[in-house]
Design a protein around this ligand. Structure first.
Ligand code: SAM
Length: 299
């Protein structure tokens, strides 16, 4: 059984611990392209567990055949089945079976199914054990050349509507490197929208086909990225890294006054000038109204 992890209590099925029989859920990272990236622990685990929970039996079947694993039971876990699959998996763990969760590529639970299952398994009192490995986000961060002391993981942006507009507006001021996942047929639209919201000068890294033959890691401004992409073959999934938002200039009294004066000189009413400048510096409107009124008297 899976004794490789010191906290792994799979031995409880032999009577140690509080339960007579209990299994573990093992989250196994799989390659994001190159099969050589499957770790030794992943291979060992996938060959030994009783149940394989996966998104797609055909894809995972190919991987399992590649490592010579056989005699596995599958449970399909995807966005449509995660609820039912979770119940089946908790039952299997209660019966003492060990279950491995894999996704089509990379680390399960990262922009892939898994978090609901993990929560349920923890609540049911079973161990959840990681077998770490490839993740497109971490691979790109590590080679991107942007600041990685802190980063923000956005994953896939909402497809459309207000939800998407709100996220794009939010990304404008994220003060650390941001990671976005994107499919090839949407990359041009997403870069155009990033340009509209963040400006063309912001630096990005585009990583596609990581660990595969046509691996490409491109670095430059958003506007150059749009030009680069329009000349590129539309193949491969992308990771986009976005440089952190530039630090906001300190908002001084003088800065507020000069913004209010210029709005008033441009013919804005006291109320409109106060609202514009309040939005600009994210300050309370009422405070700025008093100030704009005073300044208009001085003009
Ligand atoms: N769980 C995976 C992980 O750990 O990275 C992510 C799965 S998510 C459904 C798929 C997205 O990951 C793709 O749309 C792409 O943004 C990114 N991705 C996966 N494999 C990639 C690769 N080989 N090169 C670049 N991006 C990749």
């Amino acid at each position: 059984r899976l004794h490789s992890h010191p906290r792994c209590r799979i031995s409880t099925r032999h009577g140690i611990g509080t339960r007579a029989m209990t299994g573990s859920l093992v989250l196994v990272a799989t390659p994001i392209g190159n099969l050589g990236d499957l770790t030794l622990r992943a291979t060992e685990t996938l060959s030994k567990v009783d149940v394989i929970a996966c998104e797609d039996t055909r894809r995972t079947g190919n991987l399992l055949r590649h490592i010579g694993a056989k005699d596995f039971r599958y449970v399909v876990v995807n966005e449509h089945t995660e609820y039912d699959a979770t119940n089946q998996i908790v039952d299997a763990l209660n019966n003492g079976d060990d279950v491995a969760l894999v996704s089509d590529a990379g680390t399960p639970g990262i922009s892939d199914p898994g978090s609901l299952l993990v929560q349920a398994v923890i609540e049911a009192g079973h161990q959840v054990v990681p077998i770490p490995g490839a993740s497109a986000a971490i691979s790109t961060l590590s080679v991107g050349g942007l600041d990685t002391r802190r980063f923000f993981f956005e994953g896939f942006l909402p497809r459309d509507g207000k939800e998407r507009t709100d996220r794009l507006a939010f990304l404008k001021s994220v003060p650390v490197t941001t990671v976005v996942y994107e499919a090839p047929h949407r990359i041009v639209q997403t870069l155009n929208e990033l340009q509209q919201n963040l400006g063309g000068e912001r630096r990005v890294v585009l990583a596609r086909e990581l660990t595969k033959i046509h691996e490409e890691i491109w670095r430059g401004s958003i506007s150059d990225a749009i030009e680069h992409i329009s000349n590129a073959e539309p193949i491969g999934e992308y990771v986009i890294l976005i440089e952190s938002a530039p630090p906001r200039p300190a908002v001084t009294e003088d800065l507020i006054d000069s913004a209010l004066k210029s709005a008033l000189v441009d013919g804005r009413s006291v109320k409109d000038a106060a609202n514009d400048v309040a939005d600009m510096f994210q300050l309370p409107k009422r405070d700025l109204y008093e100030r704009a009124l005073r300044l208009r008297g001085q003009l």
